[in-house]
Design a protein around this ligand. Structure first.
Ligand code: FES
Ligand code: FES
Length: 179
C-alpha cells in the first residue's frame, strides 16, 4: 500500500475516497480516505499517532492493537472506513492528567519490555484482559496475550507487569483509560 502522503497527492477525481469521522483518544479526526486505507495507516498517517506500531500487517503480531469501542482489535485487520463513527483509544490515550496508566507504570517498573516494539500492543491487549478479568492467573494472562508476539521474548516480565497492574487497578479502582 502506498503511504498516506502519496495517496493524497493524486489529483482530485483520480481516486475514489470516502469521508470518515473517527474519534481517537477523545479527539475527532475527519478525512477523505481511500476504501483500502488500513486503520493503522489512518491512526499513524492521518492522526499522526505513531505509538501504534506495525509489525506484520497480517494479523499475527499484535503490535498494532488498539481499543475500538472498548474492544482490543488489531488495527491492521480493519480498514479505516470500517471504523467510521468509532471511538478509539491508542497508547497515547492511556495516561491521564500526566499520570501513567497503571499498566504503563507496571511495564516500566517490572521491565516488561526490551526493544519496546510490541509494548504498546501488549498494553492495549492487557487492558481488555483486565477489564474482563480483574484478577487473572498467570495462565490466564499468558492465554489472553497469545495474539501478541514479542520478538525479544520478554514474556516473563510482561506477565509480571500485567499481574502488578492488576493489583494496582484493584487498589485504585482506576479500571481503564477512557472509562
Ligand atoms: S501489524 Fe497488525 S497484527 Fe501485526
Ligand atoms: S520488547 Fe522487543 S518485541 Fe517485545
Amino acid at each position: 500500500m502506498l503511504p498516506v502522503s502519496l495517496q493524497t497527492s493524486f489529483p482530485k477525481g483520480m481516486l475514489m475516497t470516502q469521508r470518515v469521522r473517527i474519534t481517537i483518544n477523545g479527539k475527532l479526526f475527519e478525512s477523505d480516505v481511500e476504501p483500502r486505507l488500513l486503520l493503522t495507516d489512518f491512526i499513524r498517517g492521518v492522526a499522526g499517532l505513531t505509538g501504534t506500531h506495525v509489525g506484520c500487517e497480517t494479523s499475527i503480531c499484535g503490535a498494532c492493537t488498539i481499543l475500538a469501542n472498548g474492544l482490543a482489535v488489531k488495527s491492521c485487520t480493519m480498514f479505516a472506513v470500517q471504523a467510521d463513527g468509532s471511538d478509539l483509544v491508542t497508547i497515547e490515550g492511556m495516561a491521564k492528567d500526566g499520570q501513567l496508566h497503571p499498566l504503563q507504570q507496571s511495564f516500566w517498573e517490572e521491565h516488561g519490555l526490551q526493544c519496546g516494539y510490541c509494548t504498546t500492543g501488549m498494553i492495549m491487549c492487557a487492558h481488555q484482559l483486565l477489564a474482563r478479568n480483574a484478577t487473572p492467573t498467570e495462565a490466564e494472562i499468558r492465554d489472553g496475550l497469545t495474539g501478541n508476539l514479542c520478538r525479544c521474548t520478554g514474556y516473563q516480565n510482561i506477565v509480571k507487569a500485567v499481574q502488578s497492574a492488576s493489583g494496582k487497578m484493584r487498589q485504585t479502582q482506576n479500571v481503564a483509560a477512557g472509562d
